[in-house]
Design a binder for this molecule. Structure first.
Ligand SMILES: [Mg+2]
Length: 384
């Protein structure tokens, strides 16, 4: 278990509403609700302007409109959200390969030991916030803490457009005055039970004797007390030791067009390759994720003998995986993802065999430099 970690929790503020505003600035400042407007519509996202009226996500739209009759209701534009989400995760991936994606607009980053690269953690967080704002026209809040749990609470507390650091050793004091509902996992029913014991704040929960708590809350009591103190040793699930980098895209329309699918795989592979080279590591495996129109999802892996970090190799392996998968079942495809896995230091893998790889690696690095200077679309490999 790694001690002394620094975890960022990065979360876009009122994501769907912010995304709509990024393409239609007229919506800025207006009371906006994203969701289905029909009789059974539900609020998918409430902008900050409607929250004071009590409008919340997952609330029936009819109720939301009774609370805030002037609200503007917009149907979700999912293509836009996935596009912004993808760019958001790519920005985070530029700072560390250890990104755990929690949802479209939310991720944990393990930033342990990155001060040498980016300076103090607050400076890195500011840089990430600035890139998200400048490139995606939305704002994000960042919590910085020694654990995922406290980082998440810290980012939630500072929304919107906030940033807050909870230093090691300060976790329990930071959480103590907060109502128990602030602890992820404590819902209304658990809060009610705790209330019956006279426990209203996390400080009270942290100090409560385990025995009596167990009678009300059962076996989860010891863990609950620990978490109320801000103790959370959970690791980021970024693939554990076998760290990975991946990217995926959902199509507007399901596709069986092989030229289009091949091109998508190549684009995803090049994006992943670029992020891989920024880590300075080599990958041992490539993965391909395929979701069919009936939502069946498959993930295939291939681990060649020689590690790699060049685009051509990743494209080649991912395309072969696509061929093999579609040969088994050729149905319309809804989503494709490409990943590289089992990342390791190239020095640890030097062998005679690898001497055949540097060409692709060197070409890919050159392409990266050109793209860094002149933009993403300035250069591409031949038709792929
Ligand atoms: Mg959010």
């Amino acid at each position: 278990m790694a001690a002394d970690r620094t975890i960022f929790h990065v979360d876009i503020d009122a994501f769907f509403a912010a995304a709509e505003r990024s393409v239609d600035p007229d919506l800025i400042g207006k009371p906006l609700i994203i969701g289905g407007s029909g009789g059974r519509g539900v609020v998918a996202c409430a902008s900050y302007e409607v929250r004071p009226f009590g409008v919340r996500s997952a609330m029936p739209m009819s109720r939301a409109l009774r609370l805030c009759p002037n609200a503007l209701v917009i149907k979700p534009t999912h293509g836009l959200y996935s596009k912004i989400s993808k760019s958001f995760m790519e920005i985070l991936g530029d700072y560390t390969p250890d990104v755990q994606v929690m949802s479209v607009d939310e991720a944990y980053m393990d930033m342990t030991g990155t001060e040498g690269l980016y300076g103090p953690h607050e400076k890195a967080a500011q840089a990430i916030k600035k890139r998200v704002h400048d490139e995606l026209k939305v704002t994000a809040s960042i919590g910085i803490a020694p654990s995922r749990l406290v980082a998440k609470i810290a980012s939630d507390e500072r929304k919107p457009d906030g940033m807050f650091t909870v230093a090691r050793g300060d976790e329990a004091a930071y959480l103590a005055p907060m109502p128990v509902r602030k602890l992820p996992g404590i819902g209304p029913r658990a809060a009610e039970k705790l209330g019956r014991l006279g426990i209203h704040t996390l400080g009270e929960l942290a100090a409560f004797p385990e025995g009596p708590l167990r009678r009300e809350m059962g076996n989860q009591s010891p863990r609950l007390i620990e978490r109320a103190k801000g103790i959370d040793n959970s690791e980021l699930s970024t693939g554990g030791k076998a760290k990975s980098i991946s990217s995926e895209t959902t199509f507007h329309e399901d596709s069986t067009d092989r030229v289009f699918l091949n091109k998508t795989v190549a684009d995803l592979a090049e994006g992943v390759g670029r992020r891989l080279r920024r880590t300075g590591k080599h990958a041992r495996s490539v993965s391909l994720k395929l979701r069919y129109n009936d939502f069946t999802t498959l993930t295939r892996h291939n681990t060649p003998h020689v590690s790699f970090d060049g685009d051509a190799r990743i494209v080649e392996i991912a395309t072969a995986l696509l061929d093999a998968t579609l040969k088994q079942r050729n149905a319309p495809v809804r989503l494709i993802g490409v990943g590289v896995e089992n990342l390791a230091e190239p020095a640890a893998q030097l062998s005679l065999l690898e001497a055949v790889e540097p060409d692709d690696s060197a070409l890919s690095s050159t392409l990266d430099k050109i793209r860094d200077r002149f933009g993403e679309d300035s250069v591409s490999r031949g038709p792929g």
